[in-house]
Design a protein around this ligand. Structure first.
Ligand code: SF4
Length: 523
């Protein structure tokens, strides 16, 4: 095919040229053995019906577009939040390529992570030898001060024992006895990326504290520990820290990858930047309490905080929206005795003002929503505060207790009455839901764009626009820098939602002399 070296075209304009159009049509006709277009259209129509939805929801042995990622991906993000730490995945190289590219596409940053590249022989005889070489090479080449080990499916299926392998690596002299190598088994055939984050965090916290509790005393360092959970909005780390600073509260953020995921382009490559120090983890049991910002996703961590650190791990909800941010700040105030300052009250007042200003546009708007357990719960709560109506809520990896709690939140509000909550379902289920009971918008990650495309294919009146909030977001830039927590996050979400509503309204009322009913400069 011809390209002009003086003006190389990218795929989008190139594939629209006649030469490529002919070529693609011939390829389809000669090699693809396609079904006739009428048949394809007929089946497409059928997949949008109630009848198909019922069959779809009976599906057991297949997941399509799963609305979750696997455990070690979460473990890698957790490890990136610690100072000079290299995430190390015991298992297949391809898995690690996937984790790195997944984060790389979302954060637009290089992601440091190594694998010990288990292949066929290791799958048969076990991966201990890989770990000997892997740990030694990793330490020598990348000079981390900690290596945080997780596992892929392959290592778990054959039952590799990380505790024994790491212990033997020390005995055989591949790594020094006192060199920190915390680990977590992260089998991907159970749980999700959020479970993997929790497991890795517990592994790191356990490594530095479990056998060193004798001289620890709850409250002796006067700090509050904050555990973010699987968090990909960099603004969320920053807003929580800002609010704590404004309250004059001493805190430790346990796992903070904001620096390493946001390095500047100043000619210097930083494999490591920022992060929680090992000393901060050692000191964590001396804090007044440890607050889990995503409690439904931090079960194992909670157990350690309560059982080993003897802290209350006070019950909080993800600080999203108005009421749950209020509750978070009041809990901090209760634990530390520090008052909530005027600056935060002012910020809250601004949010309330914005809610009032935009209420007329958001009231009664219907939203479908998917994502991780705590985020989905926080978003639902805020939608209800705005008078919006969640219609379909989907979380692939949440338990029955979560579902019950969600249903309670919905039934406490007049706006939650017509909502269905689905767990263990995927985005192909969500597709059926929005075709058979159309919401005004979907809120979710980039994968929702294919649902939007399908709904548009059926006809403009069926289109459900996607509002991109969640993880991963590959097809828009820099949204991960925004904030979804605290009053600041609520302001961002409100702004995003109301302006999508207004943009859609503009789109639907721009026909000259037909649908331009109002003087629509002012909304
Ligand atoms: S699901 Fe298993 S095989 Fe697939 S990327 Fe995750 S760890 Fe690797």
């Amino acid at each position: 095919m011809s390209q002009d070296v003086e003006a190389i075209k990218a795929s989008y304009p190139l594939f629209r040229s006649d030469e490529y159009k002919d070529n693609l049509a011939r390829k389809k006709e000669m090699y693809e053995e396609c079904h006739p277009q009428e048949k394809i259209d007929e089946i497409f129509e059928w997949t949008t019906t109630e009848e198909y939805k019922e069959l779809n929801f009976k599906r057991k042995s297949l997941t399509i577009n799963p609305a979750k990622a696997c455990q070690p991906l979460g473990a890698v993000l957790c490890a990136l939040g610690f100072e000079k730490t290299m995430p190390y995945v015991h298992g297949s190289q391809g898995c690690v390529a996937y984790f790195r590219s997944y984060f790389n596409r979302h954060f637009k940053e290089p992601i440091a992570c190594v694998s010990d590249s288990m292949t066929e022989d290791a799958a048969v005889f076990g991966g201990q030898k890989n770990m000997y070489d892997g740990l030694e090479n990793c330490k020598k080449i990348y000079k981390p001060e900690m290596i945080a080990v997780s596992t892929t499916c392959m290592a778990e299926v054959i039952g590799d024992d990380l505790n024994a392998f790491i212990g033997n690596s020390r005995k055989e002299g591949h790594i020094p006895d006192d060199y920190p190598v915390p680990f977590a088994h992260t089998p991907s055939f159970v749980g999700s990326h959020t479970t993997g984050w929790d497991n890795m965090f517990e592994g790191i916290a356990r490594y530095f504290t479990l056998n060193y509790m004798d001289d620890k005393e709850v409250g002796s360092n006067g700090k509050i520990n904050i555990v973010p959970g699987f968090e990909t909005y960099l603004g969320n780390f920053r807003v929580i820290q800002r609010m704590l600073k404004e309250m004059d509260v001493d805190y430790t953020f346990l796992s903070d990858p904001t620096e390493v995921l946001d390095t500047p382009a100043d000619g210097k490559f930083r494999m490591y930047a920022g992060g929680t120090t090992q000393d901060e983890v050692r000191d964590a049991p001396n804090a007044i309490d440890t607050l889990l910002l995503q409690p439904w996703q931090s079960m194992k961590t909670r157990k350690l905080v309560k059982g080993t650190w003897n802290q209350p791990a006070s019950d909080i909800k993800i600080p999203m929206g108005l009421e749950w941010t209020d509750n978070f700040l009041m809990k901090i105030s209760e634990l530390t005795g520090k008052p909530i300052p005027a600056s935060l009250e002012l910020e809250r007042g601004r949010l309330v003002d914005m809610i009032t200003d935009s209420h007329a546009w958001l009231h009664g708007k219907k939203f479908a929503l998917w994502g991780d357990a705590d985020y989905v719960m926080g978003m639902t709560k805020f939608l209800l505060e705005l008078g919006a109506e969640p219609t379909h809520i989907l979380c692939n990896h949440a338990n029955k207790r979560w579902k019950k709690a969600m249903q309670q939140i919905l039934s406490d509000s007049p706006y939650g009455m017509d909502c269905e909550v689905h767990t263990g379902k995927d985005l192909w289920h969500m597709r059926s839901l929005v075709f058979t009971n159309k919401p005004d918008f979907m809120i979710g990650n980039s994968y929702g764009k294919f649902i939007q495309r399908d709904t548009l294919s059926k006809g403009k009146e069926f289109e459900v626009p996607l509002i991109r909030i969640g993880f991963p977001i590959f097809d828009r830039h820099h949204l991960h820098r925004d904030t979804t927590l605290g009053y600041e996050g609520a302001i961002y979400i409100l702004k995003t939602l109301v302006n999508e509503v207004l943009a859609r309204l503009d789109e639907e009322t721009r026909g000259m002399g037909t649908t331009d009913y109002n003087y629509d400069l002012i909304r």
